[in-house]
Write a protein that binds this ligand. Structure first.
Ligand SMILES: CCCCC/C=C/C(=O)SCCNC(=O)CCNC(=O)[C@H](O)C(C)(C)COP(=O)(O)OP(=O)(O)OC[C@H]1O[C@@H](n2cnc3c(N)ncnc32)[C@H](O)[C@@H]1OP(=O)(O)O
Ligand code: FAD
Length: 672
């Protein structure tokens, strides 16, 4: 229907090729550093290829599909991936190969909550027999489960959840009930249409006594007809800002009976006579959330910002708008210092959070190993760190994606850029797995407790909070001094708010009021604490990584930029705490600008090193060849609204006015 408009060799693809020639470092080596070694890059590429070459996984661009089509295609692909592609290629969950597959997954998929929440919960809350029964069924998709914790009325305050599981001694069953409309489970992914089971978090009640939140496996749909079982009302909650391929659902249960064995009973058990046996700390009930807070940021936030950076930086290198030299040629917008100031710090955020996140994953794995031996002494520390890390990373990356989107001007508003999709994908990461404010407050609760202890009684990573403030020697821009600056700031924030809390409570104010009145400073303390962790982890990585000098220099520059950008955007906080002087702040600003200029020639190379395939981004602005205008036109042609030369509905509604217009214009013509 549309004629083809093509340039033989577009100026844009020439520009991006030039950028690549000008890069001053070996891109492939940076990819290897990003992946964690050459072998990992090879393995990841093998898996990506497996997914990219598979005809079953091909589908039209998502911006041309309705919600219904997106859900249908995502379900078809996910069923195929989990049932055929993964097992047939030996991608066993837990293997290194499996780690790479989220990067290789089609741009939209579902059954994710089944894989990342339902299955891990069976493993962490189930006894050996329960794991042996449920795990193979879940892995084979013989049963599909949701993680049903949040209710219409309660998400954050888990002690407030209302769904009840009442033990019926006579029948040896639990009776599951949502007493009110507000008790209905609401939001769980995969639950609305696909799941036939749910891991339901409910208040356990035995002989009228409440025992708090426990995990139950509840069958919600018939396995042969997929019809909801008696007592179950289940469905999709409707259209959302994003996640359109996922059936986030509602689940209302009225007198749904499940066998006694369906209480996942690794940590606590109900005996046939109704005796409640507690086998481990209540806190382990929250373990599934720690697991997700540790492991989700990489795929759901950091990789998302990495894609947005790839799109915005490649586009900014080919988008020419305006002049830098009067009378000269138009320049790429990436040559403007202000454009660099928007985008290059986002790149630094990607690197900082990725390497800091790897540190947390290792800490969590060590915690799990200790837990298996019965030692959970590090639980409070890993909870505090993972809560604020999830909050900070989701916040920084979400803000970063919006910066990237706006940095692409008008085209950033088009779905064809891929950026609105990424923004809608990343935004809820600030809410799910614990709303960010609520998580920062959890971290602050731990930090305030720590502030009243002696250094010797604290974990090594926290002791600095109560130790003397360190002096910075030399320039604020050295990596060592950045660590000192952030550690001092975190310590002073925590000490300051702890003092306020103590003073208010000494004056007789009730603790809950003290807490509410201090909450602004509490959240600030948690943010500064996790920033010192991220900076410290990034500096350690940069110092220890084995790589060539040019790569080391880029990583050092990104590390310094990350710290300085944060200081420059929060200078008031550092000045108020007395950690930095006005002179320090001026130097920090000048150094940031110098770093932007230094990193600019390598910017396209750095995003190339992320090694995203074009099909994993679905972006007309971010494709490798830089042919942005042809791609935008080609994508517009695919718009379902362009199927016919004349859209019948538009013609039908506007026709009377058009005819009037025609008569007026023809009358004017005949008069003349
Ligand atoms: C691809 C996309 C997939 C998306 C999938 C999304 C899934 C979801 O969103 S699932 C739902 C996630 N929901 C949440 O994360 C809920 C957030 N709320 C909470 O975590 C808790 O309710 C709370 C901790 C905020 C409750 O606070 P509070 O009422 O003060 O707490 P408690 O009295 O129940 O317990 C306090 C005590 O417990 C410690 N603690 C809290 N959480 C944990 C934890 N995860 N691990 C270990 N310990 C924990 C807390 O530190 C307190 O300890 P003490 O200070 O020693 O008393
Ligand atoms: C895309 C998506 C997927 C999800 N998937 C799942 C899933 O699979 N399973 C599941 O169970 N849930 C899921 N959820 C639900 C999610 O976990 C909750 O929405 C989340 O925990 C926040 O709870 P809430 O919605 O009740 O927010 P609220 O707690 O009501 O938050 C509203 C406001 O109140 C503030 N607030 C709340 N408590 C405090 C406090 N103590 N102090 C200060 N301020 C406070 C918050 O900061 C926020 O500004 C999903 C949500 C989304 C958006």
């Amino acid at each position: 229907m549309f004629s083809t408009v093509k340039d033989d060799m577009s100026i844009e693809s020439t520009l991006i090729s030039k950028e690549r020639k000008n890069a001053k470092f070996p891109v492939e080596e940076l990819t290897n550093v990003w992946d964690g070694g050459k072998e990992e890059t090879e393995l990841r590429r093998k898996i990506v290829k497996l997914f990219e070459d598979d005809p079953v996984l091909k589908s039209p661009p998502i911006c041309t599909m309705t919600r219904e089509e997106r859900f249908t295609k995502a379900t078809r692909k996910s069923a195929y991936i989990y049932r055929n592609l993964i097992p047939n290629n030996g991608l066993h969950p837990g293997s290194r190969e499996f780690e790479h597959f989220s990067r290789a997954m089609p741009i939209e998929n579902n059954l994710l909550v089944h894989m990342i929440a339902f299955i891990p919960c069976i493993k962490s809350f189930g006894s050996q027999e329960q794991v042996a029964k449920w795990l193979p069924l879940a892995l084979n998709l013989n049963i599909i489960g949701a993680y049903a914790q949040t209710e219409l009325g309660h998400g954050s305050f888990l002690r407030g959840i209302e769904t009840e599981a009442t033990f019926d001694k006579k029948t040896q069953e639990f009776v599951i009930n949502c007493p009110k409309v507000s008790s209905m489970k609401w939001w769980p992914g995969d639950m609305g249409l696909n799941a036939n089971h749910a891991l339901v978090m409910a208040n356990l009640i035995i002989d009228g006594k409440e025992y708090g939140m426990h995990a139950f496996i509840v069958q919600i749909r018939d396995l042969s007809t997929h019809m909801p079982l008696p007592g179950v009302t289940v469905g999709d909650i409707g259209s959302k800002m994003g996640f359109e391929a996922i059936d986030n659902g509602f689940l209302y249960m009225k007198n749904v009976r499940i066998p006694r064995e369906n209480l996942l009973n690794k940590n606590s058990e109900v005996k046939p006579d109704g005796t409640y046996v507690k086998k481990a700390s209540d806190r382990l009930m929250y373990g599934s959330m720690v697991n997700l807070r540790v492991n989700l940021p990489k795929s759901q936030a950091i990789d998302v910002l990495a894609k947005a950076c790839t799109i915005a930086i490649r586009y900014s290198a080919v988008r020419r708008q305006g002049l830098l030299n009067p009378g000269g040629a138009e320049v790429a917008v990436l040559d403007y210092t202000l454009q660099q100031h928007k985008l290059i710090p986002q790149l630094a955020t990607v690197y900082a959070t990725k390497f800091a996140g790897e540190g947390i994953i290792k800490k969590h794995q060590a915690f799990l190993q200790n837990m298996a031996k019965g030692n959970i002494s590090d639980l409070a520390e890993i909870h505090a760190l993972s809560a604020s890390f999830k909050a900070s990373v989701s916040e920084q990356c979400t803000e970063g994606v919006e910066v990237c989107r706006r940095a692409c001007g008008g085209h950033g508003y088009s779905q064809a850029s891929g950026l609105p999709f990424l923004l809608c994908k990343i935004t809820p990461s600030c809410t799910y797995e614990g709303e960010n404010t609520v998580l920062y407050l959890q971290t602050a609760r731990y930090l305030v407790k720590c502030a009243s202890k002696q250094a010797a009684d604290l974990p090594e990573s926290i002791a600095f909070l109560v130790q003397p403030i360190q002096d910075m020697k030399g320039s604020i821009t050295s990596l060592d001094n950045l660590i000192i600056c952030f550690k001092n700031s975190a310590a002073l924030c925590v000490q300051g708010v702890s003092k306020k809390v103590n003073e208010m409570s000494n004056k007789g104010l009730a603790m809950h009021e003290v807490w509410n009145k201090s909450s602004v400073q509490l959240v600030k303390s948690a943010k500064m604490y996790v920033m010192q962790y991220i900076i410290g982890a990034f500096v350690s990585f940069v110092t220890e990584v084995k790589c060539s000098e040019p790569i080391k220099e880029i990583l050092q520059d990104l590390c310094c930029l990350y710290g300085l950008h944060y200081i420059n955007t929060h200078s008031g906080e550092f000045l108020k705490l007395g950690v930095l002087s006005a002179h320090h702040c001026t130097l920090a600003e000048e150094t940031e600008i110098q770093l932007l200029e230094k990193l600019r020639p390598n910017a396209v190379g750095i995003v190339d090193a992320f090694d995203f395939t074009d099909s994993s981004m679905e972006s007309c602005l971010g494709a490798y060849d830089g042919n942005v205008y042809e791609r935008l036109f080609d994508m517009a042609k695919l718009s379902p609204l362009n199927k016919e030369k004349v859209h019948q509905e538009s013609y039908r509604h506007l026709r009377p006015f058009l005819l009037e217009g025609r008569d007026i214009l023809e009358g004017v013509k005949s008069k003349n």
